[in-house]
Design a binder for this molecule. Structure first.
Ligand code: GRF
Length: 202
């Protein structure tokens, strides 16, 4: 299988990014990672990229005069890297419409909830507060809605009676680390087709 180029966009700790790096190294995901793009100069994801010799592009959000200027710089950086697939792995900002349109069908995101439940920030806290018995994670294509694009894969975990937000987040995270590389592998193997709201997996 010919490898595809991917690039990762992340804002923080980067444990999902590490899961991708590891899956590429073991050959589970037939890809090379062309770049890490981050909006946060202090993101631990940068150390992970350095450890794997992956080029890093830092676009410090705080250094831009407006969200519009930041998004223009991000769009330009994305065009420069121009991989087959962008992976949002803990990217903590909403992607603007111009970027979504430019990379439609080529950008995926991991969300720590069973979408369409609990979109946006603090999904695990929302799940605890709602009192659901099952939670999980979703990998989906990015469209211009909040966490609303076509779903590629989901995994569920139980919510236990004495779970707090951190305990649930940790249980979900272990599944994110499998679900996200799985989705990238399917994309890189040309096995995903978007058919309206549905993602068909060959
Ligand atoms: C993950 O739970 C991801 O689903 C959410 O933010 C968290 C990022 O974790 N969007 P990490 O940076 O990958 O460790």
């Amino acid at each position: 299988m010919k490898t595809k180029q991917i690039a990762v966009i992340a804002s923080g700790r980067g444990s999902n990014f590490q899961a991708i790096i590891d899956a590429i190294h073991t050959g589970t995901v037939p890809a090379t990672c062309a770049a890490l793009i981050t909006d946060n100069p202090n993101a631990y994801a940068i150390e992970r990229a350095k450890g794997a010799q992956i080029p890093v592009i830092v676009l410090d959000y705080a250094s831009f005069a407006s969200k519009t200027e930041y998004e223009h710089a991000l769009l330009a950086a994305m065009h420069r890297v121009n991989p087959a697939l962008f992976v949002l792995a803990g990217y903590m900002r909403i992607v603007g419409k111009e970027i979504v349109d430019a990379f439609s069908g080529r950008m995926i995101n991991i969300h720590p909830a069973l979408l369409p439940a609990f979109t946006g920030l603090h999904a695990q806290r929302q799940a605890i507060q709602y009192g659901v018995k099952v939670a999980g994670c979703t990998v989906h294509f990015v469209d211009d809605s909040l966490d609303g694009g076509p779903v590629i894969c989901q995994r569920c975990v139980p919510v236990l009676d004495d779970d707090d937000e951190d305990a649930l987040a940790e249980r979900i995270l272990a599944h994110e680390h499998q679900c996200l590389p799985d989705a990238i592998r399917l994309f890189c193997e040309d096995r995903l087709t978007i058919d309206g709201r549905k993602v068909r997996i060959r």
